[in-house]
Write a protein that binds this ligand. Structure first.
Ligand code: SF4
Ligand code: SF4
Length: 208
């Protein structure tokens, strides 16, 4: 019948409209900002920097390789590499960002920075209430504002974070096995040097 789909759609709308007065399940809206719907796992807004442990500086995964800065399409990431190094998550000394800024007024939430980062150091946040009266300084986030714990990452993206944790744990275990093998090899060489007697000097031939 002509218009059957429209009639069905209007009937469903009317059913939900009337039903929403008696059944909370039929409400598709909430009384924001008093009430908030939980963000979906796949939701994304702007990037943040992940740190492990409790110290945002010591645990910051970013090693200031600047790949994300180069790949960001609107060029809204600014990084300055440190002069010194600190241990990364496998204990290897690495540079860290002395400055890491993102201008979120320019960021287009494309997630390319996340995809190119080889260190699982930058991830997408779901935080969206970021409006500010200062268009420039208020929306330029530095590394202190961007640093968020791995627990936070696990909370907002549980499945993705579990996969990343598994991958990092495997890499850490591999690095520990390699470090132990290197230390054992060094110890064996040192022991061999101390136990091998020095080679005897050749006896000079008698002169006539
Ligand atoms: S999400 Fe896209 S635009 Fe935003 S900082 Fe990352 S690469 Fe740049
Ligand atoms: S966030 Fe990742 S890609 Fe960007 S500088 Fe840090 S380690 Fe490199």
């Amino acid at each position: 019948m002509l218009g059957e789909g429209i009639i069905k759609g209007l009937a469903e709308t009317a059913r939900n409209f009337v039903g929403s007065y008696v059944d909370k399940e039929r409400l598709v809206t909430v009384q924001y900002p008093e009430e908030r719907l939980p963000a979906k796992e796949a939701a994304r807004n702007f990037p943040f920097l992940v740190f492990d442990g409790h110290d945002p500086h010591a645990g910051l995964r970013c090693v200031a390789c600047q790949i994300c800065e180069k790949e960001c399409p609107p060029q809204c990431i600014y990084i300055e590499k440190s002069m010194d190094k600190k241990p990364d998550y496998v204990g290897k000394p690495q540079f860290y960002p002395k400055i890491f800024d993102i201008d979120i007024s320019v960021c287009m939430s494309c997630q390319i920075c996340v995809e190119v980062c080889p260190f699982e150091a930058i991830k997408m946040d779901t935080e969206f209430e970021l409006s500010h009266t200062d268009r420039f300084a208020g929306l330029l986030f530095d590394k202190h504002q961007l640093a968020k714990s791995n627990e936070y990452y696990q909370k907002i993206h549980p499945n993705e974070a579990a996969e990343v944790d598994g991958h990092l744990a495997a890499e850490k275990a591999k690095a520990e096995v390699k470090a132990k093998a290197d230390a054992d090899a060094k110890a064996r060489i040192a022991a061999a040097k101390t136990t091998t007697p020095p080679a005897a000097k050749p006896t000079p031939a008698p002169t006539s």
